[in-house]
Design a protein around this ligand. Sequence first.
Ligand SMILES: Cc1ncc(C[n+]2csc(CCOP(=O)(O)OP(=O)(O)O)c2C)c(N)n1
Length: 368
Amino acid sequence: MASLQKNNIDFFTGVPDSLLKQFCAYLADNVSPASNIIAANEGNAVAIASGYHMSTGKYPCVYLQNSGIGNIINPMLSLAHQGVYCIPMLLMIGWRGEPGKKDEPQHMIQGEKTAPMLTAAGINYEVLPDYIEGATQAVEAAVNHLKNRGSPYAFIVKRQTFGDYAQKRPFKSNFPLSREECIAALLEYVGEYDPVIATTGFASRELYELELKKKKQFRNSFLCVGSMGHASSIALGVATQKGSRKVFCLDGDGAAIMHLGSIALIGGHKVKNFVHVVLNNGCHESVGGQPTVGSKISFTGIAKACGYAQTFEAKTKEEIASAMKHCTTTNGPTLIEIKCGVNTRKNLGRPKQSPKQNKKEFMSFLSH
Ligand SMILES: Cc1ncc(C[n+]2csc(CCOP(=O)(O)OP(=O)(O)O)c2C)c(N)n1
């Protein structure tokens, strides 16, 4: 961090990643929110960084998990690329699924393809050394590239590259229920034949465990373990084909904001059997609790403006029950915004089922 500052790199934007947790925590404590913009998605961050560079001539730093490379490809190739506007920026990319290390299935392909994708996009990169002298030299080399070539340069960051850093003032959400308690309360009102599509991160893992406990004949959930921000579009695809069932999407605030356009589609198409639940804890809890703009905006307001037939706000079990009772007997699209706390239990497990098994079971469930 000192070498970034020495080189006048003091503007940051990106989407947080668990491997960059300490880096993000340091930024939260030491950089003003105006100079550390937590973006809606990674492509959004590249565009913000481009605007910043053109306004200041300085080099911004964009941080992301490697799963976000897909989101940066368009602005990288048609905006920042040396063959287009040629905009220098330093990318800091968390390397989930690094080959040879154990990780979740959804990260293994991204991990293997990280370096080849950067090469294909014409982005020069280096794996960031995990010792201070090496990292300092790497920053000098990166800054020389930014100065001389004027195009983006990336660091790939392995697990445990950054030392521990305890954030002084972590984001807090003081709502009474945890996300898991909210999901449990919702499940009480989901019918046996109604599909539930859950977003990336802790929400999917919680749903998986809650459903296991129920020992149902067949599971009705699809866990969107990757493809952050797309759970609601998957649910939309299901809802258009399964009109006789209520289709539930359990979304996160970070994920909903990442691809907010999906709300416009669901509302615009007036998908009657769609129930969109946004579990709004105001942060990206699954990767370290970095704030989103979720606590400053109204999802029910957005949904109403986009044509959802009904919206509810809830923060207690009673409010969740009342919204669910209502929406299961009336036409949607419905959006339920649930304000929840930031207090995931430490022993939360991971799905034992592979993504392919989950898909197979889900398809079989939908065919009944
Ligand atoms: C494209 C992409 N960018 C980043 C990530 C890393 N990531 C996984 S879960 C998550 C946070 C999700 O936040 P939110 O939807 O608010 O749910 P919460 O974790 O708070 O339950 C992030 C950033 C990812 N999986 N994919």
